[in-house]
Design a protein around this ligand. Structure first.
Ligand code: KIV
Ligand code: ZN
Length: 512
């Protein structure tokens, strides 16, 4: 609520705003994304857990699968209202209503550009079509949400006329789409303020991110009194995407003191699910959900964070279901290295830790990333290799693959015992991971709860980074990471790093 006092001197902020989630409609319109009905259902269930107020589940006229997905979501009995999109056509509205939705979102463009080149309609014809469609949708007994597509490039007087027509025809709420991300916060503020006066209905905004302003524009709409915000998880959507749900919600809660129904702790889980099922990966530096959003490397920052996290974190990572990460690298300082060594059970005196730090910096100067496993190797160089006392180590990994899949054979030393296992998978990474998990399952119950592998673009020196989250013996979660050149080996080392942390912590943080 950092700015609530200042904001309330300028604006009358709504107490609460509704989140209209369009991940399954506009988000799915991301080029290259197509979800099956089952995947849409899985995301809808998670969106409901997240606490969105309205789920725009799809555009039912598009295809049979799309109709089924929306209809299946309606049958789930979620707390969120379910909405479907329809053009101002009876057939679209019927297809939407027949799925069993609570809300129908009808849209017709109002800008001269769209009227002339796409709809080939006069302004008068557009007004008639809006009125007819809204009345028809209302007659079918659903809540009607009208969008004036390309509102922000529509001449202001005509836009107000169109919104009034929709409102008079019975629309329950009115949406102002910034279809091509053309608005700036001030113009959104102006349009929302006028729309509220002209229609007297709840106002929504639907902002696209073509200029990187979708979140700022959505927040400007709230400042002007908008009660409904359209957003997508991870900001996915047409072209540069839609306003990102997680950014808007966290800003509203933290900076504005405006409530939503969102359970912030579910944010990261939802982001990961959407990334996994859509295949649209989240950039590392993305606010709230990016891998680096709560990661710290530089010496000054890590020192501050270890003193008090609020020095360099605007919110605690746990608030949004995440964890803080301290990373070793070129910019590290002694406090960060000390912390990481202790975390890996590699407690050592300051002089030795400084030696480790110098080696970490030298690698950084060569442009290399220092993963958990690399840090451990460096530490072992400094204090001497633990030899047989090492709790878990890889003895052998061999993988053969062809176009049908891959076969992996792994040998691990766990304590004094060598365990070997073989497994088949669709590719070398999956086969290796599966052989590894089979082998360790003989000693402990390891579940892989999250998994990420990134590779830099092709070069003779391809570098991969893997990060895994493991639950061991159904208790605490452990993160393991590794960097290297072979994807299968990197993933195996990341899992081993996670298991080793768990073993060390259950052995009481024993130093190697
Ligand atoms: O961006 C847009 O204008 C839309 C409408 C269908 C609301 O997605
Ligand atoms: Zn859109």
């Amino acid at each position: 609520m950092a700015w609530k006092k200042i904001l309330s001197e300028e604006y009358t902020l709504p107490e609460r705003v509704l989140i209209f989630d369009t991940t399954l409609r506009d988000g799915e319109q991301t080029p290259g994304v197509a979800l099956t009905p089952e995947e849409k259902v899985e995301i809808a269930i998670q969106l409901d857990r997240l606490g969105v107020d309205i789920i725009e589940a799809g555009f039912p006229i598009t295809s049979k699968g799309e109709w089924k997905a929306v209809s299946d979501i309606c049958k789930l009995g979620l707390s969120a209202k379910v909405c479907a999109l329809a053009r101002c056509e009876k057939s679209d509205i019927d297809a939407a209503v027949d799925t069993g939705v609570d809300w129908v979102h009808v849209f017709l463009a109002t800008s001269d550009i769209h009227l002339k080149y796409k709809l080939r309609m006069t302004r008068e014809q557009a007004l008639n079509k809006i009125a007819e469609a809204v009345e028809y949708a209302k007659s079918r007994g659903v809540v009607v949400h009208y969008s004036a597509e390309d509102a922000t490039r529509t001449e202001h007087e005509f836009l107000m006329k169109a919104l009034k027509v929709a409102s008079d025809a019975g629309a329950d709420s009115i949406d102002i789409p910034d279809t091509v991300g053309f608005a700036i916060p001030m113009t959104i503020h102006r349009i929302v303020s006028s729309a509220k006066v002209v229609t007297g209905k709840p106002i929504a905004v639907h902002c696209h991110d073509d200029m990187g302003l979708a979140v700022a524009n959505s927040l400007a709409a709230v400042e002007a009194g908008a009660e409904i915000i359209h957003a997508t998880v991870n900001g996915i959507g047409e072209r540069a995407g839609n306003a990102s749900l997680e950014e808007i919600v966290v800003a509203l809660h933290t900076l504005y003191g405006v409530k939503t129904n969102i359970n912030l702790q579910e944010i990261y889980k939802t982001s990961r699910l959407v990334a996994k099922l859509t295949g649209v990966w989240v950039p590392k530096n993305k606010a709230i959900v990016g891998e680096n959003a709560f990661a710290h490397e530089s010496g000054i920052h890590v020192h501050g964070i270890l003193g008090s996290p609020e020095t360099y974190e605007p919110i605690a990572p746990e608030v949004v279901g995440r964890r803080r990460k301290i990373v070793a690298g070129k910019h590290s300082g002694i406090h960060g290295i000390d912390f990481l060594l202790k975390e890996s059970g590699l407690d050592m005196d300051r002089a030795k830790a400084k030696e480790v730090l110098e080696k970490v910096k030298a690698l950084g100067d060569m442009g290399m990333r220092v993963s958990d496993t690399k840090l451990k190797t460096i530490a072992e160089e400094v204090v001497g290799k633990p030899g047989d006392s090492q709790m878990i180590s890889l003895k052998e990994l061999s993988v053969t693959s062809n176009t049908n899949g891959a076969m992996a054979r792994i040998s691990l030393k766990i304590g004094d015992e060598v365990i070997t296992s073989e497994s088949f998978g669709h590719n070398p990474v999956v086969a290796s991971l599966s052989a590894l998990l089979n082998a360790v399952s003989r000693k402990m119950n390891v579940k892989l709860t999250d998994f990420r592998i990134d590779a830099t673009s092709y070069s003779p020196d391809l570098t991969c980074e893997a990060e895994v989250v493991l639950t061991i013996n159904d208790s605490q979660e452990y993160v393991g990471e590794a960097v290297g050149h072979d994807p299968a080996l990197v993933v195996v080392y990341a899992v081993i790093a996670g298991i080793e942390k768990a073993m060390l912590s259950s052995a009481g943080g024993k130093a190697t």
